[in-house]
Design a protein around this ligand. Structure first.
Ligand code: APR
Length: 279
């Protein structure tokens, strides 16, 4: 997003890429941390098209649980600081946020809708038709952990999204073999999430953005999942100053100008504050 009413020619473009580490202090587990198992499945094994084709109910149980976990989490200081930074009219930066996270915490911190994150791995509060690919707002957790049909509104969607004609109310849906069906084609819906083996979303928008960055910052991502893991190098080659805020060093250390080690909740607000002195 860009700040309205400002001369964009003089503004520096800051592009930020976030990963699971930024949500760790909100209580959401990272992917490669300890305990990445769910009911003896590796998390990766319930987040693939193959898993959905084999056992869609299992996958929906997993995503019902993730919707509930996300709804119970709250944005932390790092999410809030990014949203506040985007909302500051005096800033000399155009800030753009790309996130690999599907947890909706950036959006929930962004009360004035100024940050508008690009969710390259999709989002937990959306589902799509498996036939025509229409995307819906959908914040229902359809199943409990035992697999019983137990629709629960997680309130991950905001008021506008709930009022949208593309919002799915569970009581209006048809079901087949327990699977919720799309209103458009009466075919099963699936979580609007990029699973392992699928292509990330919005790459046509993301690549030019990364290439245009004056400052490129990664926060809380392990740098092992491509294509996001390649953005630091891409930004650096195109002349950006690069920053990494993370609890541990990541494989791209050779193209990082400034490494800030520590927790996102502590370091991100300080880092954004320090940028104001650059203006
Ligand atoms: N503050 C900063 N960094 C943290 C914190 C914290 N509080 N807690 C953990 N980290 C760091 C870890 O050290 C790790 O390097 O965040 C990183 C999280 O890495 P991953 O768990 O691998 O998450 P991420 O990089 O977002 O994964 C990328 O892989 O599983 C897929 O699609 C999924 O979007 C995800 C993608």
């Amino acid at each position: 997003m860009s700040h309205q009413g400002m001369d964009s020619k003089t503004n520096k473009i800051i592009v930020i890429l976030t990963g699971a580490g930024i949500s760790a202090e909100s209580g959401l587990g990272t992917f490669r941390g300890a305990g990445g198992l769910w009911e003896n499945h590796r998390v990766e094994d319930v987040a693939t098209p193959e898993a959905y084709n084999k056992d869609p109910l299992l996958v929906w149980r997993f995503y019902s649980m993730r919707r509930i976990q996300a709804a119970n989490a709250k944005p932390n200081m790092a999410h809030e600081a990014l949203a506040n930074f985007a909302n500051e009219e005096h800033s000399n930066f155009d800030i753009h946020l790309i996130t690999q996270n599907v947890d909706v915490l950036h959006q929930r911190a962004d009360r004035f809708h100024r940050l508008d994150p690009i969710c390259m791995h999709g989002s937990l509060h959306q589902s799509r038709c498996t036939s025509c690919e229409t995307v819906y707002f959908d914040d229902y957790a359809y199943f409990d952990l035992e697999g019983n049909y137990a629709p629960q509104n997680t309130e991950l969607c905001n008021a506008d999204q709930k009022a949208s004609p593309h919002y799915l109310h569970h009581y209006k849906l048809d079901y087949r073999n327990f699977l919720p069906l799309s209103p458009c084609c009466k075919q099963p819906i699936r979580p609007h999430i990029v699973w392992f083996g699928e292509n990330p979303m919005f790459m046509e928008k993301i690549i030019p953005l990364v290439q245009s960055a004056d400052l490129f910052v990664t926060i809380g991502t392990s740098g092992v999942v491509y294509p996001a893991a390649g953005f630091l190098e891409m930004a650096k080659i195109n002349g950006a100053k690069t920053f990494c805020i993370n609890q541990e060093l990541i494989p791209q250390s050779g193209v990082i100008d400034v490494f800030i080690q520590g927790s996102a909740g502590e370091k991100v607000p300080k880092f954004l504050e320090s940028l104001k002195n650059l203006s």
